[in-house]
Design a protein around this ligand. Structure first.
Ligand code: NAG
Ligand code: NAG
Ligand code: NAG
Length: 296
């Protein structure tokens, strides 16, 4: 009897360990599809184009150093117009959906504020080739910034403002820390210190295995490397259910920027900050008054 009980317990324990190893193995191999859910909302299917919002655009395909093709929408204002603002907003997407889903936001920057807007699909998203990964998304950002700062006359001559929410904020921080001479300002919304520090908040049971989480997006170490001359606006939803709002506080504290502005939105969550009443006033005032040429 005793030995049967022992054998059962042993078997259960072994099964438990096996199930646990399997789960951890699954986590290890499939986490990229959890972290980069590019198929959500039909993200790999239909991708809306700016003409559907009456915006003139150019479809630009950029080839990365490792051969992936990135689909980009380039939307320029008339640089000969006397009121031309000479400012370009680069939209860095969150981790779900495709660039078509961001067009209502693009339309505000382009139609209402009259800024140039550039948006691209990360590899593995929308109509871009490849599969998403941290190394890959950084190569994509490198390629896009080369294009904007060195290959296109109008963008090159303008003040470039990075605008990134969530994962897009991590890409913005990477660019600002490694290619600061290409950019003039940065706007961050509900972004995180690192993926590893975010996972336990979303999946509490995984807090013991965060060592297995391989995408880092270690913004925490990059933030202090961003030069003081770059003004930064931080937009923080205080009820963010995905990224703990304290991550935004710590990013703010880590920034060396001579000008940094923190705006809190008390009653909102990870993805509805943009719908708050004063959101667009704050964004517009920051770009108008803190980015050269001031007042446009
Ligand atoms: C860009 O690539 C897409 C396919 O990914 C193709 O349909 C389109 O013609 C290309 N555009 C340009 C300007 O090369
Ligand atoms: C446009 O912005 C760039 C970058 O800030 C600046 O160097 C350039 O002088 C500006 N040009 C005009 C015409 O405002
Ligand atoms: C926010 O995300 C949830 C799912 O996480 C979705 O159901 C909801 O529609 C989203 N809201 C907005 C405003 O995008």
């Amino acid at each position: 009897m005793g030995s049967i009980a022992y054998a059962l317990v042993k078997m259960a324990a072994q099964l438990g360990v096996a199930a646990c190893l399997l789960a951890m193995g699954g986590l290890y191999y499939y986490q990229d599809s959890l972290i980069y859910p590019s198929s959500l909302n039909d993200g790999r299917g239909y991708c809306a184009t700016p003409d559907e919002y009456n915006i003139d655009y150019e479809l630009v395909n950029l080839t990365t150093e490792d051969g992936e093709t990135l689909q980009c929408y380039s939307m320029k204002q008339d640089s000969k117009d006397p009121s031309y603002a000479n400012k370009t907003v680069v939209l860095l997407s969150p981790n779900a959906g495709n660039i078509g889903h961001a067009l209502p936001i693009v339309a505000i920057f382009y139609e209402q504020f009259h800024y140039n807007v550039f948006i691209y699909s990360y590899r593995g998203y929308g109509k871009s080739t490849g599969t998403a990964s941290e190394v890959g998304l950084k190569k994509d950002a490198d390629r896009v910034m080369e294009y904007l700062a060195k290959e296109d006359d109008q963008y090159q001559a303008s003040s470039i403002i990075l605008y990134g929410r969530s994962l897009g904020g991590a890409v913005a921080i990477y660019i600002a820390a490694t290619k600061s001479s290409y950019i003039h300002a940065m706007i961050l919304e509900n972004t995180f210190l690192s993926i590893r520090k975010t996972v336990p908040h979303i999946f509490p049971l995984l807090k013991y295995v965060t060592a297995l989480v391989h995408p880092q997006w270690d913004s925490e170490s990059l933030v202090p490397q961003i030069p003081a001359k770059i003004p930064v606006l931080l937009l923080s939803a205080r009820k963010d259910e995905i990224v703990p709002p304290s991550h935004m506080d710590e990013i703010y504290n880590g920034l060396q920027s001579e000008y940094k502005q923190f705006d809190e939105f008390d009653d909102c969550f990870h993805n509805d900050t943009i719908m708050q009443e004063n959101y667009w006033d704050i964004v517009y005032t920051f770009i108008k008054d803190k980015v050269n040429p001031v007042g446009l």
